[in-house]
Design a protein around this ligand. Structure first.
Ligand code: TAP
Length: 452
């Protein structure tokens, strides 16, 4: 077996070595999951609910330790890491409400009775990126388990530690063996096997659009079900009638949270021209004030990037000709630090406007009127999130309906709530996670006609 080093991005120290599973072990785990599924789907819905609640309680009991582990695993600030572990707990509690509510229909027919059932798919493969190792995992495994499926989960190679711990907690909570297995390994090996193995009936993938398209093409060969959560280039639209002070004070948190390694990052700030200069004046102290540093400190707001290679990738967006308006702080010494950076693009074709940076770099640009704002916001292949700042309710609704994105917020930057659906338009993804229909995405609808 090969091993991978897990490096704390804030210290560059090796914090763990993890054994990576290969193709044969992946096949064996999928077979175990397939067998475990035979009994799991027959567990009474109320008992499945109770087991998911116990899993949620085990996460709650371990919450601080999970959060501390995430700080070392991925460099997330301790505040964010606590929210992320809490999100896993909440998703599990919410999923525990699903088994008893997977209702079918009774449809009026002549000559008999017609009913529908929501049958589990079987084995579900969940592939998770490094940017939110815990929540993104739970958005897949919580509803999938609730619907009676078994789950094999592949964490990102860079950040496997918290997922491994969640696998242990599931067993401690009493989930039957092999119902939920965590398989640390390479995407090209373990993730790819989820795509090609016929017993895996659905792949839930979160990550880059590039890999997501390969997974979709691979799954197409077996008409395998797929949910994709991919990249973003979201717009934060600030109208002249907005509370400008609030819009400017919160804008950094809409894009620099998790050091910008967030598919929902509002990495384009569109500001109505009449207040453009005023907005930049207000934005500057907010950006300079973002507390960047040791993610284990309680008041740190932004930690490091995930790796040296990723920092290089982010830095490459700032070319010699790029107009940098201002930057925030970054600590010296070890750690993959990059400062919050505000740029003023020259042309709509600038890479910083068209490509996902996945780092703390935001482009600010002016627009003329509502139609112009919508045109610019939609001028991207992505469509995941976005914010609209205005005091006009009618405009808020008009623009929300016109922007091609799955998750919009008005006078706020919130994107993720476990009880509302989450997912992307266009190349940001396919399907939805979370929300009241989350378990349905892990079932097939079966129709049965009984002649009377
Ligand atoms: P990817 O390189 O796409 O990796 C994501 C996951 O897929 C990792 O677990 C990776 O494994 C695995 N993988 C890589 N190649 C694979 C293959 N050929 N077959 C199957 N699995 C494969 O993305 P990343 O660099 O980890 O994350 C950054 C990207 O993810 C950004 O573009 C970001 O926008 C996107 N993202 C989107 C969302 C949502 S919700 N839409 C959320 C988070 C991130 P390894 O770790 O072994 O490479």
């Amino acid at each position: 077996m090969t091993t991978a080093q897990v490096i704390n991005p804030a210290t560059e120290q090796v914090v763990a070595r993890v054994e990576l599973v290969g193709e044969a072990e992946t096949d064996a785990a999928i077979e175990r999951a397939r067998r475990a599924g035979v009994a799991w789907r027959e567990v009474a819905p109320g008992d499945r609910a109770r087991l998911l609640r116990r899993f949620a309680e085990a996460v709650e009991a371990d919450l601080e330790a999970l959060a501390q582990l995430e700080v070392a695993n991925s460099g997330h600030t301790i505040g964010n890491a606590r929210w992320e572990a809490g999100n896993v707990r909440d998703v599990l509690h919410y999923s525990a409400g699903m088994p008893e509510r997977l209702l079918g229909n009774q449809i009026p027919v002549a000559g008999g009775v017609d009913v529908t059932f929501h049958e589990p798919l079987g084995v579900v493969g969940v592939i998770v990126p490094w940017n939110f190792p815990m929540p993104i995992a739970a958005w897949g495994f919580g509803p999938a388990l609730a619907a009676g499926n078994t789950v094999v989960l592949k964490p990102a190679e860079l950040t496997p530690l918290t997922a491994i711990r969640l696998g242990e907690l599931a067993l401690e909570a009493g989930l039957p063996e092999h119902v939920f297995q965590v398989l640390p390994g390479k995407g090209s090996v373990v993730g790819q096997r989820f795509v090609t193995h016929p017993a895996v009936r659905k792949v839930v993938f979160t990550g880059s659009t590039e890999v997501g398209t390969q997974i979709m093409a691979g799954c197409a060969r077996q008409v395998k079900r797929v949910t994709l959560e991919l990249g973003g280039k979201s717009a934060n639209i600030v109208f002249a009638d907005a509370d400008l002070a609030r819009a400017a004070a919160t804008a950094p948190y809409g894009v620099f949270d998790n050091a910008g390694q967030d598919c929902c990052a509002r990495s384009r700030i569109l500001v109505q021209r009449s207040v453009f200069d005023k907005f930049l004046e207000l934005l500057e102290p907010a950006v300079r004030g973002v507390k960047v540093g040791d993610p284990a400190h309680e008041d740190t707001e932004m930690g490091p990037l995930i790796s040296a290679a990723h920092r290089e990738r982010v830095a490459a967006f700032i070319e010699p000709s790029t107009k940098v308006a201002f930057t925030g702080e970054r600590p010296d010494g070890p750690g993959f630090w990059y400062p919050p950076t505000v740029v003023l693009p020259d042309a709509p074709t600038d890479r910083v406007l068209t490509e996902e940076v996945f780092g703390p770099v935001v482009a600010v640009l002016p627009f003329e009127d509502e139609a112009d704002a919508v045109r610019i916001a939609n001028d991207t292949e992505y469509g995941l999130s976005g914010s609209i700042w205005t005091s006009d309710v009618g405009r808020a609704l008009r623009v929300s309906r016109a922007v091609e994105a799955g998750n919009l917020s008005v006078n706020s930057h919130s994107s993720v709530r476990y009880w509302t659906p989450f997912g992307g338009f266009k190349q940001s993804g396919l399907g939805r996670e979370l929300g009241p229909d989350a378990a349905r995405a892990f079932t097939e609808t079966k129709n049965v006609f009984i002649a009377t």
